[in-house]
Design a protein around this ligand. Structure first.
Ligand SMILES: [Zn+2]
Length: 238
């Protein structure tokens, strides 16, 4: 059963979260109606990040589509979202060359549970799209027990990463969602300490800007996913 259920979820991902008709987790028509992310340069990036871009606002069909990727293994939405992110990175492109594309890896427990890392998938698509090498430059550290989903430290400050040498390089970090920005800030700090000269960030979606940090945003620290395996609508911010 452990194998069968994820397999069925991949084979029959259900219908589009936007229209309920198209036989994919998210269809091109619904994605075309999604609100784009802020125009560059937009709001200030998280600490340590020089430049950032998001293809969409984290709401509606995009939010639900990403939740299905995470919690129901509905990978059918990923290529579409990856294509949109690549498009967004072309118009306008990052300010200056990018030497390497990387991603903040999900915890080993999460990866085992889902069988893939959606951030890695997106990073590889972006690397192909921009013709830039993709490297596993970030290593997750201080992971809590998988059953609890995240540690108390992660709830407060985001995860901790180590970085392989990126000395003198301009690095683009790709992830699915930015909410508090804590994951991107943690990744940027690690990459800078490993010698990166520039850190950009590209996410499929970003939380629309609110007036001041809300209590909810603070408690929804990066990479939090609420209870494991729950349906969309549960807390799944990062
Ligand atoms: Zn649709």
């Amino acid at each position: 059963m452990d194998v069968l259920i994820p397999l069925l979820a991949v084979l029959f991902p259900g219908r589009c979260v936007g229209c309920g008709v198209a036989p994919a987790a998210l269809c091109p028509d619904c994605l075309a109606r999604a609100r784009p992310g802020p125009a560059a340069p937009g709001p200030s990036p998280p600490p340590g990040v020089d430049w950032w871009v998001a293809a969409f606002a984290y709401e509606g069909a995009v939010r639900e589509g990403l939740a299905r990727v995470k919690y129901r293994n509905a990978r059918s939405a990923l290529p579409l979202l990856a294509d949109a992110l690549v498009e967004r990175l072309r118009q306008p492109p990052p300010p200056g060359p990018v030497d390497v594309v990387t991603w903040p890896p999900t915890s080993a427990g999460r990866r085992r549970q889902r069988g893939f890392d959606q951030a890695e998938h997106l990073a590889r698509a972006v690397g192909r799209g921009l013709d830039v090498p993709v490297r596993r430059s970030l290593v997750r550290r201080a992971g809590g027990p998988a059953q609890t989903g995240r540690t108390a430290r992660e709830r407060r400050h985001g995860p901790v990463f180590g970085a392989r040498s990126v000395a003198g390089q301009r690095v683009l970090v790709v992830d699915d969602v930015a909410t508090t920005g804590a994951t991107l800030a943690a990744a940027a700090a690690s990459l800078r300490s490993a010698g990166a000269t520039w850190v950009g960030a590209a996410t499929v979606a970003r939380t629309p800007l609110r007036a001041g940090p809300s209590r909810g945003a603070a408690s929804g620290a990066d990479r939090s996913r609420g209870a494991q395996g729950t349906a969309p609508g549960s807390r799944y911010s990062r």
